[in-house]
Ligand binder design. Structure first.
Ligand code: SF4
Ligand code: SF4
Length: 70
């Protein structure tokens, strides 16, 4: 089981989708977050198990991802 998973700082995120693309287990997807900005999709964890590999964090050009222990 993973002992860490990504946490997103959406203020920094430019919704490029890179983290979603690199995730080897499809544990991320772009989806609408929040009610005030319905045109913007941000990455969120899906129901597929994250392995905690950290590739998404490494791929992010905006340093918007931190790995957090769970
Ligand atoms: S840590 Fe690895 S498995 Fe988890 S969401 Fe990021 S890329 Fe996917
Ligand atoms: S890689 Fe970074 S900037 Fe791009 S969608 Fe993911 S969190 Fe946002």
């Amino acid at each position: 089981m993973a002992n860490q998973e990504p946490a997103f700082t959406y203020e920094r995120c430019i919704a490029c989708g890179m983290c979603v693309t690199v995730c080897p287990v499809s544990a991320l997807a772009l989806s609408v977050v929040g009610k005030d900005d319905i045109n913007t999709s941000f990455p969120t964890l899906t129901d597929r198990p994250c392995t905690g590999c950290g590739l998404c964090k490494k791929s992010c050009p905006m340093d918007a991802i931190a790995m957090e222990y769970i």
